[in-house]
Design a protein around this ligand. Structure first.
Ligand code: GDP
Ligand code: MG
Length: 597
């Protein structure tokens, strides 16, 4: 295809502002799929994604559109992942395009992820076309939202396109806007092959499918290609495009977006952002800005039933085939036995993997406290990365500890601002900025990631009745007054409950955890002390009273079936417990104990 007839674009939006609905409309309008094939939201395919309304994997679709000028254009839409955890993938997807549609719900206005996403688009020099969606709603206020886009983002919104992705109103204007307002790509077909690896995923029949954007040169079947960062060499089996169904093509040229397959076994061999070139005639320099995504949140995953350990290993291997950004390695815990220490891009990523293990692989899991990576500067001058509180070195050998800090942006209606500021202050937040934009407040805070990693987002949603939007990025590492807090149940430390905590907050956290555990651990025939300790010093304690009588005693002698039912029920309950010393600790205790309220 001629360069002047190509337009590559993304849609950036806050969640629920209508990105998927608009994408579906664009596909429908240009005849990519029949009405019957449309079904529901083609671009969000995985179950969990659909339920949560997020996109994890970037998806792409090539549309043919005959514009009002009589010419036929190829429009490539690259969908971007919809969550802050996948910011790096968003960046790469955007870098594969020349422009973006900025979709804002005209009844809601600009939200935290609107800002985060549009700033990313600006960073990669996109031409941006503002689109106001949901103007069919009586609550739509397009004029106010245009003003907001100008005030907050600094984009000219005077010719924003007003649409309803639901009714189909204005879709033609969007297509014309893409053709007339976004730039065509540039590139040199005669130059050596240079293509960006935008994304990859595992297909049971074809192996790894690699999504690429061609910058220069040509990609063809039979070519031998080299990944410039990983240095691996492959023979190309197939080249094609998505309409949105896979369709083979002879070759892909400059400006084009499509896929290749090359008998690649696992996604881990294809790093997002890597540059693909031809082995025989390589490009001189790779594309700029390559940095592989790194896990930032770690936790232990243990099977509730120890016999499921091998199943868990196999399931993790299968998930990893399709997701190179999560890591795992075997871990043994005195409390929980054999399991895996896993690293994730963020909390949502952790939850997605955990949910898939439980749902798709039927494995009941115990998840230990999520932890961030601490930098331990040792007295001998070395630096040790700590991923697991259980591995904390002897404090006398530690000179000082650094922890990661984030910059968080929170948008919230005025009436909830007080609650949000209190939450941030409680979590050691430092206010950077506070502004008002059209009836909403925007608070920018620096926060230690370790205070956010657990339940910050849930708390934020609950204190603002769901009206706050939140986005963050990791800024730097800073020295912190941090200690390891152990939890002792019946005088024995439970390693899976140990956490790293700021000294100033240790006592409150310790008290909170002991109180929670007191309610979570069932009564036994004996009294159980629950203690929080730093080093040898106990900072909080609770006691679980002994059970007074045999539970079956209240079933009056006679009724044997009732008695058995009760015992069966107890047994069922037992399955979801782990025995620790003489004490049974229920599965949910490991996570619930950490919740702060
Ligand atoms: P995404 O999270 O940005 O992909 O948003 P979706 O496309 O999933 O849309 C979120 C919700 O808004 C869905 O319930 C849609 O049906 C609804 N929606 C999308 N566009 C419109 C619109 O133009 N008008 C109205 N009334 N609802 C819409
Ligand atoms: Mg969506």
């Amino acid at each position: 295809t001629e360069l002047s007839k190509i337009r590559n674009f993304s849609i950036v939006a806050h969640i629920d502002h209508g990105k998927s609905t608009l994408a579906d409309r664009l596909i429908q309008k240009t005849g990519g799929l029949s009405e019957r094939e449309m079904k529901e939201q083609v671009l969000d395919s995985m179950d969990i994604e659909r339920e949560r309304g997020i996109t994890v994997k970037a998806q792409t679709v090539r549309l043919d559109y005959t514009a009002q000028d009589g010419e036929t254009y190829v429009l490539n839409l690259i969908d971007t992942p919809g969550h802050v955890d996948f910011a790096y993938e968003v960046n790469r997807s955007l870098a594969a395009c020349e422009g973006s549609l900025l979709v804002v719900d005209a009844s809601q206005g600009v939200e935290a992820q609107t800002l985060a996403n549009v700033y990313q688009a600006i960073e990669v020099d996109h031409e941006i076309v503002p689109v106001l969606n949901k103007i069919d709603l009586p609550a739509a206020e397009p004029e106010r939202v245009k003003q907001q886009i100008e005030d907050v983002i600094g984009l000219d919104a005077s010719d924003a396109i007003e649409i309803s992705a639901k009714t189909g109103l204005g879709i033609e204007d969007v297509l014309e806007g893409i053709v007339t307002r976004l730039p065509a790509p540039e590139g040199d077909r005669a130059a050596p092959l240079k293509a960006m690896l935008v994304d990859s995923w595992y297909d049971a029949y074809l192996g790894v499918i690699v999504l690429v954007r061609i910058i220069d040169g040509e990609l063809k079947k039979g070519q031998r290609i080299r990944m410039m960062a990983s240095k691996a060499v492959y023979g190309v089996d197939e080249v094609g495009v998505f309409r949105p169904k896979k369709e083979k093509v002879e070759s892909l040229g400059p400006g084009e977006i499509g896929y290749l397959t090359a008998s690649i076994k696992q996604v881990a061999d294809t790093a997002v952002g890597d540059t693909i070139t031809e082995e025989r005639r390589p490009a001189e320099k790779p594309l700029p800005g390559f940095k592989p995504a790194q896990p930032v949140v770690f936790c232990g995953l243990f099977p509730v039933d120890a016999a499921q350990f091998e199943d868990l290993r196999e399931a993790l291997g299968k998930l990893r085939l399709n997701d190179a950004s999560f890591e795992y390695e075997m871990e043994t815990s005195a409390a929980l036995g054999f399991g895996f220490r896993c690293g994730f891009l963020g909390l949502l990523h952790l939850e997605i993997i955990r949910e898939r293990l439980e749902r798709e692989f039927n494995i009941d899991l115990i998840t230990t406290a999520p932890s961030v990576i601490y930098h331990m500067y040792m007295t001998d001058g070395t630096m040790v990365e700590l991923h697991n509180p259980a591995d904390m070195p002897d404090p006398v050998k530690i000179d000082y500890i650094e922890e990661p800090w984030i910059k968080a942006t929170i948008l919230v209606p005025d009436e909830y601002l007080g609650a949000v500021l209190k939450l941030c202050e409680d979590r050691r937040g430092i206010q950077q900025d506070l502004t008002y934009v059209g009836g909403r407040a925007m608070a920018v805070y620096r926060l230690p990631l370790n205070e956010v990693v657990f339940d910050f987002y849930d708390r934020l949603k609950s204190v603002t009745k769901g009206y706050a939007s939140f986005d963050y990025n990791i800024e730097d590492y800073q020295q912190g007054d941090l200690v390891k807090m152990s939890i002792l149940v019946n005088a024995e430390p439970v390693d899976a409950l140990a956490i790293i905590v700021h000294k100033g907050r240790a006592e409150a956290r310790g008290r909170g955890m002991c109180e929670k555990l007191k309610d979570l651990i069932p009564r036994h025939l004996f009294k159980i002390p629950v203690q929080a300790a730093i080093g040898g010093r106990v900072i909080a304690r609770e006691t679980i009273a002994a059970m007074r009588k045999d539970v079956t005693a209240k079933c009056y002698g006679g009724d044997a079936t009732r008695k058995r039912k009760l015992l069966d029920k107890q047994k069922e309950g037992k399955k979801r417990m782990r025995q620790f010393g003489k004490v049974d600790i229920p599965q949910e205790a490991f996570i619930s104990a950490l919740k702060m309220d």
